[in-house]
Ligand binder design. Structure first.
Ligand code: NAI
Length: 338
């Protein structure tokens, strides 16, 4: 029995509005890891999204409190909480979009790959639940190391016979959000008017901002390119160090996750021309997974765009990124096949 679905006297809550305002269908969204540093603000922001009619909050701890709190917001989505493994299947049944920020975050001195041993198992278990209960859902995977957890998820879905490469998306939106912010600072522009494609993956040198393709077009000096590339690649570490042991990016990540989830939901609704960067199954390079701009539609990823013209600096960065990515992908695949 999900938390918050009944009145104190045991009668069912009457509020079962499955239609979002404005006549759109109203989507069902689950957040796995909803009581965490990212999960909580993400749950709040998703509760504010008019496209969402049902919001399921799942975690292994603390969901009753988070669910009670969020459920008092006077927005349309009905919130239900689910606690612990025995409620995972109920949390996942019938979802349109599943967002996964479950798992441990970095502490100072750690790389994202240092999280592999704990998070790989968490992602595997959660994806087994998705394959069973929401095989058609779009999955937004946030848990690090994304470069390896997405291949793990793919292997779990393949084994279950439910893998649809168009529906599995690693969330690299925070890299784009940071890139837009840092480039806007250099250009003296509003970040909302800046668009920086960030390709590759989501860790260190695999984060490859394509500054030659920035909109509006701008010719950066070599010094600016070095500064921006370094800051975008190490933006996560900047936050980890500033938080000094209290975790990694949570608020900007929740913002980025909801920006990305909203793009997925608008695409599911049928809106045209929705393009975002994401780490997906890809033929853009020789690697099986790669992040680049993708066009989203009713079936998830409808088109994966090629990288476009790269300058010499970016070509060198791409080679470095691919080398590390290949190893991270292999690590994920062999974990899942074990
Ligand atoms: P956190 O530790 O604050 O929260 C994680 C939550 O996951 C906790 O509530 C925990 O109880 C829950 N959890 C643990 N095992 C679980 C399981 N088996 N099933 C469901 N929930 C489970 O961590 P935070 O800061 O929210 O980060 C979460 C993840 O997101 C980390 O792996 C972090 O590295 C990653 N991350 C990814 C980013 C990206 O750009 N893709 C950016 C920032 C963080």
């Amino acid at each position: 029995q999900p938390l918050n679905s009944q009145m104190e006297d045991g009668s069912n809550l009457r509020r079962v509005n499955c239609r979002a305002k404005g006549g759109s269908p109203g989507f069902k969204v689950a957040i796995l890891g909803a009581a965490g540093g990212i999960g909580q603000p993400l749950a709040m922001l998703i509760k504010m999204n008019p496209l969402v009619s049902i919001l399921h909050l799942y975690d292994v701890v603390n969901t009753p409190g988070v669910t009670a709190d969020i459920s008092h917001m006077d927005t349309g989505a009905v919130v239900r909480g689910f606690l612990g493994k025995e409620q995972l299947e109920d949390a996942l049944t019938g979802m349109d979009l599943v967002i996964i920020p479950a798992g441990v975050p970095r502490k100072p001195g750690m790389t994202r790959d240092d999280l592999f041993n704990i998070n790989a198992g968490i992602v595997k278990t959660l994806c087994e639940g998705i394959a069973k209960c929401s095989p058609k859902a779009i999955v937004n995977l946030i848990s690090n190391p994304v470069n390896s957890t997405v291949p793990i998820a793919a292997e779990v879905f393949k084994k279950a016979g439910t893998f649809d490469p168009n529906r599995l998306l690693g969330v690299t939106m925070l890299d784009v959000v940071r890139a837009n912010t840092f480039v806007a600072e250099v250009l003296g522009l509003d970040p909302r008017d800046v668009d920086v494609p960030v390709v590759g993956g989501h860790a260190g040198v695999t984060i490859l901002p394509l500054l030659s393709q920035v909109k509006p077009p701008y010719s950066f000096t070599p010094k600016e390119i070095d500064y921006l590339t370094d800051r975008i690649q190490n933006g996560g570490t900047e936050v980890v160090e500033a938080k000094a042991g209290a975790g990694s990016a949570t608020l900007s990540m929740a913002y980025a996750a909801v920006k990305f989830a909203d793009a997925c939901l608008r695409a599911l609704r049928g809106d045209a021309g929705i393009v975002q960067c994401a780490y997906v199954a890809s033929q853009v390079t020789e690697l099986p997974f790669f992040s680049s701009k993708v066009r989203l539609g009713r079936g998830g990823v409808e088109e994966v765009y090629a990288l476009g013209p790269l300058n010499e600096y970016e070509r060198a960065g791409l080679e470095k990124a691919k080398k590390e990515l290949a190893a991270s992908i292999e690590k994920g695949v062999s974990f899942a096949r074990k």
